[in-house]
Design a protein around this ligand. Sequence first.
Ligand code: URA
Length: 191
Amino acid sequence: MELTWEELHHQCMQCEKCALSRTRTNVVFGVGVTDAEVMFIGEGPGENEDLQGEPFVGRGGQLLDKYLDAIGLDRKKNIYIGNMVKCRPPQNRDPKPEEQEACIGWLRSQVRLLRPKIIVCLGRIAAQRLIDPAFRVTKEHGKFIKKNGTWMMGTFHPAALLRNPNQKPDAFEDFLALREKIREVCEHTHL
Ligand code: URA
C-alpha cells in the first residue's frame, strides 16, 4: 500500500541507506505543497540546506526564488521542490551513483504521491537521471518531452547560473516556456 506523505516523511528522516547519512546534519526531504502540479528536482543539499533542512535556501535558492516569482510560482503556494539525494554530499561534490541509487526510492515515492503534471530538472544530475543519460543542459535546456504521462524539462542549475551569469537570459526563457506549459496542461495552477 502507498504510504501517506506523513509516513513517507517520517521514514525518510530515519534513512541510513547510504554513507551520506553519517555526515548529514538534516535530511532535506523537500518543500512545497502536496497538491502541486509542478515539481522541481535539484541535485542534493548544500551546506545551508543541510543546516536548515530545506532545499535551495542558499544563494542559488534565492536566485531560483526570483525566477519562480517572475512567473507566479512560489514554494509555499503552488509547487514542490525536491532533490535527487536528500543528504548533503561532503564538500558539495556530485552525489555518487550508489548514493543516487540508494536515495531514488524516496523521490519515486514523492512523485507517486504528488503525480505532478510537469517535472523540471534543475541541472545535469537530475536531467541525466530522469530525462536522458546523455542530456546536455546547454543544448537541451527548455525542451519539454513527455515521459510516462508527465511533461519533463531540464534547465540550468541555479548554482551554475551564479558561476555563469551569461546563461541567465536562456534560463529565463526556460521559465517563460514553463509558464506556457503550465497554462496549457495544468488545471489549478493559475498564472
Ligand atoms: N543545490 C541543489 O541541487 N539542491 C539544493 O537543495 C540546494 C542546492
